[in-house]
Design a protein around this ligand. Structure first.
Ligand code: FPP
Length: 250
């Protein structure tokens, strides 16, 4: 869905994260607290996607990747899966004009072809209509699984080895990067999970190797732009060493 080349940032630009990835967890518990059906939590979660997207766009964030449906979520009750598959259409049906106005470009990662036709149609239309936009890239991880993504990449490289097109010694981290669904997207500097769970749950496993992790007890529908701002300011204070030493230690 994206082209090939990743753009690296210069040091002077690094204060604001370029890419924020979010595991939007806690919709079900939110609904339960309000004595409402689980799907109501997903509806409120979708409303919050609008608020957070608007804010990320206003801040000048370049990539916002949202875990909307994992490869494991198919095991939920059929009625909940059906509801979740309807949400992208509802979201884009009401929010696409604003996304266009805000110069947001919609993209996806995940096994798109296995989604129901109505979900694909809604998302594809948004992808097409925003393909020339140059502001925030809003990326929905839909039917996405980090392990699946890596298996797919390894299979492709194994075939290249089998055909004699690739020497196993030439396999590098950069080459693996290029075979992932995120091949044109820089790795997330920040990865946020809401609802007090401390797991990655198969999200961006390779790409989050050096991400700064942020966990909050707040349930996704209640996660505010203020809390996001606080996390971003914490991120700006953290020193990222990528396995090396900090300046004073060198
Ligand atoms: C996890 O909460 C959330 C999901 C599996 C779905 C996330 C989807 C949204 C936030 C809406 C997506 C919006 C668009 C625009 C596609 P949970 O159900 O596991 O919560 P629980 O752990 O409290 O039960």
């Amino acid at each position: 869905m994206f082209g090939w080349k990743k753009q690296k940032r210069t040091d002077s630009e690094k204060e604001l994260p370029e890419h924020i990835a979010i595991i939007m967890d806690g919709n079900g518990r939110y609904a339960k607290q309000k004595n409402k059906p689980r799907v109501n939590g997903h509806y409120e979660g979708m409303q919050n996607v609008k608020r957070i997207t608007r804010h990320a766009s206003d801040l000048g964030i370049k990539y916002l990747t949202l875990y909307a449906f994992s490869t494991e979520n198919w095991s939920r009750p059929k009625s909940e899966v059906n509801y979740l598959m309807k949400l992208p259409g509802d979201f884009l049906g009401t929010f696409l004009p604003e996304l266009i106005e805000k110069n947001v470009r919609v993209g996806t990662i995940g096994n798109f072809d296995a989604l129901p036709i109505h979900t694909r149609k809604a998302v594809q239309q948004a992808v097409d209509k925003t393909s020339r936009n140059t502001g925030l890239n809003l990326i929905f991880a839909l039917n996405y699984g980090g392990r699946d993504e890596l298996i797919q990449a390894f299979r492709t490289m194994a075939h290249d080895v089998e055909n004699g097109d690739l020497d196993p010694e030439d396999i590098t981290a950069e080459m693996v990067d290029h075979h992932l669904m995120t091949c044109t997207i820089p790795d997330p500097e920040m990865l946020i999970r809401t609802s007090g769970e401390y797991r990655l749950s198969n999200f961006l496993l390779w790409q989050s190797s050096y991400s700064e992790l942020f966990f909050t007890e707040t349930l996704w529908p209640e996660f505010t732009t203020e809390e996001l701002d606080q996390m971003i300011s914490q991120y700006r204070k953290r020193e990222r060493r990528f396995g090396g030493l900090n300046k004073e230690e060198e």
